[in-house]
Each structure stands twice: as structure tokens, then as C-alpha cells.
Design a protein around this ligand. Structure first.
Ligand SMILES: Nc1ccn([C@@H]2O[C@H](COP(=O)(O)OP(=O)(O)OP(=O)(O)O)[C@@H](O)[C@H]2O)c(=O)n1
Ligand SMILES: C[C@](O)(CO)[C@H](O)COP(=O)(O)O
Length: 242
């Protein structure tokens, strides 16, 4: 087994969604904040990063926007692959590309990060990368739940009961795992028809316990229209200090 604790990682950016909850004409990853698309903001978090070997972006088959982006990358190769029906399918397509065309072997680390999360900080990315030298199966950025959590009835917006927020986290991205185990975990879930909305869930289905790395709660996933203003505030604030 080669020592990959300090090797560079490939970044998988699932960007093939339609953004239905955003209710916009354009898929949300192509909506603009401060003159740049959300996808460009997200890519800028990883382009020319010293520990990033390359970026693979999963796009929808009929994506007419990608070629219009203004992406400047001097040291980081960026490739695209056709995504799939679900986020997990898009991730699998990108991983297959890395294995077959980039000829990455199983113990290469890969980091999966939502195109819709443009506010991730370098500090958090580097904190997650630290787990490469641990014995863990991999891990994710996450942030502890801050509010009291209520469970509603399934058929009405009334409180059924309060869920304990003890040891309850919001899963964020990036999520960092080794290529081979991640592909096998996703394949296992697909074969068992276990729907997974993040990479960690696939490992949990195998009885694994990925590491939780405390990340900023401002690493939001732009999902609803109201998220755009908050993301713009965070990005403006971030640029003011960079
Ligand atoms: N088939 C899919 C679905 C989603 N994604 C990506 O996965 C990330 C997180 O998914 P989500 O926030 O749910 O995006 P959408 O699926 O586009 O949003 P919605 O569920 O509102 O349609 C996004 O960057 C999205 O582009 C993807 O690559 N392939
Ligand atoms: C991967 C993720 O962002 C972690 O919170 C989330 O699971 C994506 O879910 P979505 O339904 O695809 O937005």
C-alpha cells in the first residue's frame, strides 16, 4: 500500500443538477454572484490549490453554459464528464473517469464537493485534507446543529416531537475518501437500491464511520432563492479579507 497521506487529491465537482428548488430559468450553478457564476466561485476554491492534482466536473449532457465560463487555471487541469440522473450517479461517472482515463489507483484520495457550495473556505479544505494522514476511512466537513430540531407529522406542518440535537451535525462538502473504496461503496448502494445523498452515507451503509471535521456553517449549499443573498454576502465578505 503506497503512502498517500500527503499526495495530491483529485476534486470531483458534481454540477449536473437542474436546481429545481431554486425555481430559476438557469441551473443554479450558473446563476451569477458578483459577476461570476456559482460554479466559477466554487472552482476558484480548488484551482491552483497546492494539494489539488486536478478537477473533474460532472455536467448535464445538454449543458450549454460550461463553455461560456471564464476559468483561468495555470497549474490545475480541469476536465469534464457527463453526469447522471442523481448526484451519486454524477459522482460515479467522475470517479470512473479518474480510474480509467487518469489511471488513478484505488488508494488515491478524492474530494467530492458540490458545485452549489461556493463559500467553502481554504481553512476548512485544508482541515479536511489533514485526515489523509489518519487511519480513518475518510471524512467530511460538517457543522453541529445549532437550533432545536422539530420532527413534523408526515401529513401536516405540526410538531410531532423534538429530536435530540445531541451529536447531530449538518453534513457539508467536500467529502474526502479513497477512490477504490468510494467506488465500491457507491456500487454497493446502487446494487442494493440504497439511495445516498452524500458519499459518507455509502460508507455508513457498509458499517463504516467516516470522520466528522468541524467546518464553517457559512459553507452553505445554495438551494433556495433566499440563499443567493446570503451567499453573496459571504463571498463579498470573504473577498474583502483575501
Ligand atoms: N443528477 C445530479 C444532481 C445534482 N448534482 C449536483 O449535486 C450538487 C448538490 O445537489 P443539489 O443541491 O440537490 O442540486 P440540484 O439537484 O441541482 O438541486 P434540486 O434538488 O433543487 O433540483 C449540485 O451541485 C448539483 O449540481 C449533480 O451533479 N447531478
Ligand atoms: C452532499 C450534501 O451537500 C451534503 O449535505 C447533500 O446531501 C446534497 O443533497 P442534495 O439533495 O443533493 O442537495
Amino acid at each position: 500500500m503506497t503512502d498517500t497521506s500527503l499526495s495530491s487529491v483529485w476534486v470531483v465537482i458534481p454540477a449536473a443538477g437542474v436546481g429545481s428548488r431554486m425555481e430559476a430559468e438557469t441551473p443554479k450553478q450558473y446563476l451569477k454572484i458578483e459577476g461570476k457564476t456559482i460554479l466559477e466561485h466554487t472552482l476558484s476554491c480548488f484551482i491552483n490549490h497546492p494539494h489539488v492534482a486536478g478537477i473533474i466536473v460532472a455536467l448535464s449532457s445538454d449543458d450549454p453554459y460550461w463553455n461560456q465560463l471564464n476559468i483561468k487555471s495555470t497549474t490545475t487541469p480541469i476536465y469534464t464528464v457527463e453526469g447522471g440522473a442523481e448526484r451519486s450517479d454524477s459522482v460515479e461517472q467522475a470517479l470512473e473517469y479518474l480510474r480509467v482515463l487518469e489511471k488513478l489507483d484505488d488508494d488515491n484520495w478524492v474530494m467530492v464537493h458540490d458545485a452549489a457550495r461556493p463559500c467553502v473556505s481554504q481553512l476548512d479544505i485544508d482541515a479536511l485534507l489533514e485526515i489523509r494522514s489518519s487511519e480513518s476511512v475518510g471524512g467530511i466537513l460538517a457543522t453541529p446543529v445549532r437550533d432545536t430540531m422539530k420532527r413534523s407529522f408526515s401529513d401536516q406542518a405540526k410538531i410531532s416531537h423534538t429530536e435530540s440535537r445531541e451529536n447531530l451535525w449538518h453534513a457539508l462538502t467536500p467529502q474526502l475518501f479513497k477512490l477504490g473504496p468510494l467506488m465500491r461503496a457507491l456500487e454497493f448502494c446502487k446494487n442494493k437500491s440504497i439511495a445516498v445523498t452524500d458519499e459518507a452515507s455509502a460508507f455508513e451503509a457498509l458499517g463504516e464511520h467516516p470522520q466528522l471535521v468541524n467546518g464553517g456553517h457559512d459553507n452553505i449549499k445554495v438551494t433556495y432563492p433566499s440563499d443567493m443573498q446570503y451567499a453573496a454576502f459571504i463571498l463579498r465578505d470573504r473577498c474583502a479579507y483575501d
